[in-house]
Design a protein around this ligand. Structure first.
Ligand code: SAM
Length: 273
């Protein structure tokens, strides 16, 4: 059997950039270092560059792949003892069901066009996850890992750091892929926090989005329509501060206060990217 699917034209709509460089594939696999008996889930196995190395280490993985042609090819490459294949959209698959047999380790060289929604989908099952290792655009990983005071600190940082400890592992150059993407990629390790602070996710999303919608405004101005200065201060937030310096825990306090006061803050007209 061939190691790659000859004649397969990389599909842009599925974010297909296949890893082609053994040095980087090995480096990613050894960062994950799956062990026999672990439940490893790979999102988007593609032409199995990473899958092969994972299977060599732990014997069996479960994969979620959307591309029917690749699923067909993967089925011929691996036995069911080596790979359980789920032909599905990772955004729509039943993750609760996938995790029903025990905690999982999730990994993947993610399709960059759906990386943020996928991260939020997975955050719903963070209590069923041991760890996540993903390759993403460097710029996205920088935002995921950014700390308060950093330019990259924003909505993605707060929403994900609420649920995970984040570790950027290393960058991967465009030449490591076929076709080469236009951007540098990075590998990130995400470790779910045992008991994340209680918050209503929808309220938190709106509060954080409102705070960051106009980054240069003080929080007093951002929230002027809904909150008193005392509300901000009660959450340890200086009304004269800007969103980019407020730690995750204070955002959560603020969301809880907004909810307790029964205040409806609408979502500003932007998506989390
Ligand atoms: N893992 C392979 C590698 O590293 O060479 C392929 C990575 S490629 C960046 C992304 C993979 O995710 C492709 O195989 C693509 O078909 C698959 N994919 C794209 N969108 C998906 C989705 N919504 N659900 C599941 N798989 C998806």
């Amino acid at each position: 059997m061939s190691d790659t699917l000859h004649g397969h034209k990389a599909r842009k709509r599925f974010g297909q950039n296949f890893l082609n460089d053994d040095y980087w594939i090995e480096k990613i696999a050894s960062s994950i270092d799956p062990q026999p008996g672990e439940r490893v889930i790979e999102i988007g196995p593609g032409q199995a560059a990473l899958s092969r190395k994972l299977i060599a280490r732990c014997g069996h993985i479960t994969c979620v792949e959307i591309d029917r042609d690749l699923v067909h090819w993967l089925k011929k490459q691996f036995s069911s003892e080596q790979m359980t294949l789920i032909e599905a959209d990772a955004l729509k698959v039943d993750w609760q069901e996938i995790c029903s047999a025990g905690k999982v380790r999730v990994t993947g060289n993610l399709p960059y066009n759906i990386s943020s929604p996928l991260l939020f989908t997975l955050s719903q099952i963070s209590d069923k996850v041991i760890d996540q290792h993903f390759m993403l655009q460097k710029e996205v990983v920088d935002r995921m890992c950014a700390e308060p005071g950093n330019k990259a600190y924003g909505r993605l940082s707060v929403m994900l750091q609420w649920k995970y400890r984040m570790f950027k592992l290393f960058d991967v150059p465009p030449e490591a892929f076929t076709p080469a993407p236009k951007v540098i990629s990075s590998v990130v390790r995400m470790l779910p926090i045992d008991q994340p602070l209680e918050a209503n996710e929808h309220v938190l999303e709106r509060v954080v989005a409102t705070g960051f919608a106009m980054r240069r405004k003080t929080l007093r101005n951002c929230f002027a329509r809904w909150l008193q200065m005392e509300d901000l201060e009660a959450c340890g937030i200086s009304p004269d501060a800007r969103a980019e310096v407020i730690p995750v825990n204070n955002w959560i306090q603020l969301a809880n206060r907004v909810q307790a006061l029964n205040i409806e803050i609408p979502m500003p007209g932007q998506k989390i990217l």
